[in-house]
Design a protein around this ligand. Structure first.
Ligand code: NDP
Length: 374
């Protein structure tokens, strides 16, 4: 048994990572231009415009699955992504900065040309949030596209842990298989209903700048795969693996399924309601406040129950690593912080938009994320 080690940063390794990352990016981008996918109309943006999107994420994800399967089945490995973690991390940060700079320059120029004025937002706002809402390149919406390197990159980083475990211990543990299944299912249910993303705040209202670009290219693939580092060694002592008791594994799978169902189910329920306010919820006509706010199904239980489900999903990833180290739990903990402040912001926005109706809703669904606590 040879301990898995991460290579130090060197110029040639960073250059190699830059070439591979650029290739990966280019393949995904060409895929977004040519792969098949349904066309969907976006929700009205703050100025009332609606954009049409071709959703190629599922084709890209399944295509990458097929390519990775062939790569692994022919005796190759993906552990390179982990061995050269720091090189890829540096490159992803540089790419995020370069894309931000490009968005800043091109977006400001385009905005000045379309408005016919030279009036500009503060430069730091244009860098952080971005100058434009929905920049497009060669017919590809860049904000929607950036979820591909982000999430498919996250998936590849995770699969790399299978290769790393095989190379280190000569076998793949049950905890690793369960972890892989959870992450794959999370991404698959994302891509099967990629159109749901069109109704999210990020797509409708958030401009595209460093905040989202860095989140997509660095935060998601590198931080969201954090648990894998501890699943890699979980249960192994001197090259011998001891599985947790079967009832713990069954409880873990059930917890994941429940959280996943709450997470996707609630998001899909609200999305369906926004598209068709009369669509049944759990087989019954929807209950609403003035036809504007859904108060049945998941949305009659908690005002941010979709966040509750997502935190549960990430907790299930961390639980795959067991309790030998606290670090895997940093991931669900960061999500608690991120989503709690987002829930507070959204609550204020909705209170302003819906007024008395929102107060009525708060009486019906009394908590945001955690029952009786928040
Ligand atoms: P939501 O999907 O929760 O959308 C909030 C909006 O939905 C509100 O502003 C309001 O908008 C509308 N709304 C709220 N309650 C109701 C109701 N009862 N009936 C009808 N409409 C309602 O927020 P996000 O866009 O922030 O999140 C989408 C998903 O993305 C979530 O599942 C979240 O967990 C996930 N996410 C994940 C992140 C991550 O890093 N992993 C980061 C951010 C989000 P309106 O004015 O249109 O009515």
């Amino acid at each position: 048994m040879e301990e898995f080690t991460i290579a130090p940063l060197t110029g040639p390794l960073v250059l190699r990572a830059a070439l591979l990352t650029t290739g990966f990016f280019a393949v995904l981008f060409v895929g977004a231009m040519v792969l098949p996918g349904p066309k969907r109309e976006g929700f009205p943006q703050p100025n009332g415009d609606r954009k049409t999107y071709r959703l190629t994420g599922l084709s890209s994800f399944l295509g990458t699955n097929a390519a990775a399967a062939v790569w692994l089945a022919t005796g190759h490995s993906l552990s390179d992504l982990l061995r050269h973690f720091w090189s890829y991390f540096v490159v992803a940060n540089v790419v995020a900065v370069l894309i931000t700079a490009w968005l800043f320059v091109v977006g400001r120029r385009r905005r000045a040309a379309s408005s016919g004025t030279t009036e500009e937002d503060a430069w730091w706002k244009d860098l952080w949030f971005g100058p434009e809402l929905n920049p497009t390149l060669f017919g590809v919406d860049l904000k929607m596209f950036m979820y591909q390197p982000s999430l498919i990159g996250l998936w590849l980083m995770n699969v790399a842990f299978v290769s790393a475990q095989l190379e280190t211990y000569g076998a793949v543990s049950i905890q690793m298989w369960i972890y892989q299944a959870f992450v794959w299912a999370y991404l698959f249910t994302h891509y099967v209903r990629e159109d749901f993303m069109l109704s999210t705040w990020d797509i409708i209202a958030e401009r595209f700048g460093f905040m989202l670009v860095w989140g997509d290219l660095v935060y998601v693939p590198f931080l969201y795969s954090l648990c894998g580092w501890w699943v890699l060694d979980a249960g192994w002592t001197d090259g011998v693996y001891e599985s947790p008791p079967i009832y713990t594994l069954v409880a873990l799978v059930l917890f994941h399924l429940l959280s996943h169902w709450v997470f996707r189910g609630s998001n899909w329920q609200k999305d369906r309601f926004k598209r068709d306010p009369s669509a049944p919820i759990w087989g019954k006509p929807p209950e609403t406040l003035n036809g504007r706010l859904l108060i049945s199904g998941f949305w009659g239980i908690g005002r941010k129950i979709n966040y509750t489900g997502e935190i549960g999903v990430y907790l299930s990833f961390a639980l795959c690593a067991g309790f030998e180290a606290p670090w895997p739990y940093v991931l669900p903990a960061t999500l608690v912080v991120l989503l709690t402040q987002r829930a507070g912001r959204d609550d204020r926005k909705c209170r302003k938009k819906y007024g008395a109706l929102w107060a009525q809703y708060c009486q019906k669904a009394r908590f945001r994320i955690i029952p009786f606590v928040y």
